[in-house]
Design a binder for this molecule. Sequence first.
Ligand SMILES: NC(=O)c1ccc[n+]([C@@H]2O[C@H](COP(=O)([O-])OP(=O)(O)OC[C@H]3O[C@@H](n4cnc5c(N)ncnc54)[C@H](OP(=O)(O)O)[C@@H]3O)[C@@H](O)[C@H]2O)c1
Length: 237
Amino acid sequence: MKTIFYITGGSRGIGKALVESALKTNNYFVYGISREQSVEHERYKHVALDLSNTNTLNELELPFDAEANKVVLINNAGMLGKVSPFGRQDNESIIKTHTINAIAPAVLSNWIIKKYSDTATQIVILNVSSGAARYPVAGWGNYCSSKASVDMLSKVIALEKSNGKVKVFAVAPGIVDTQMQTEIRQASPSDFSDLQRFKDYKKNGQLSDAQEVAESLMQIVNHPEKHQDTLLDVRKL
Ligand SMILES: NC(=O)c1ccc[n+]([C@@H]2O[C@H](COP(=O)([O-])OP(=O)(O)OC[C@H]3O[C@@H](n4cnc5c(N)ncnc54)[C@H](OP(=O)(O)O)[C@@H]3O)[C@@H](O)[C@H]2O)c1
């Protein structure tokens, strides 16, 4: 069974671990979509795109494979944006964070559902969400609201596509040891009241490993029928 993966943000962190996890299976083929390329493999093709560029998203076209039995879109690329309370935010960060975290997943979801609608191909969309989509964090307004948008996008698609051809999930991955956590720990204490808590997670070895998180996410896309809920959390699977 030929399965095609479209994985955004596959150049590092959780996304790279997802790409490497998918490539362990012989009939899995991966398109990695990010600015940088860090994976070389005979079943990997890189699509160099800046997902913060709305012109790029407006004209989005990705390789289509009519022979695929299953296609998996993993909207993983994301950014934290400027950590600061509103009133001290900047417009560039507001626009960029929402574009990568919320608009790009919507555009890519629309593309894959449209492109494969007249085929027998099964479609699985996994949006990498965040706990911060589901509770407010002071200083993370752009991040929380853009991730909440992805949760709602997923719920709407699940409502529209209840016939089984399309399965969609928004999954919070937990607190994972990646560059994003490094950025969180570099925030200014005057902008981020929770800073010490995140420094303690690292100090106390409480961050999850990206490979382990990727394996849990792969279990969801490999067995979507096992999950009835759209909003999931890796820590509660
Ligand atoms: N780490 C955590 O604790 C945590 C917790 C909850 C949710 N998440 C979510 O998990 C996902 C992955 O995060 P991570 O921790 O692995 O972050 P990361 O290490 O910072 O990786 C982010 C990925 O997104 C890509 N990306 C960023 N800006 C991009 C752009 N303009 N165009 C295309 N790709 C872009 C990067 O690729 P390039 O730089 O090559 O473009 C990179 O591959 C994100 O959606 C994040 O919100 C992470």
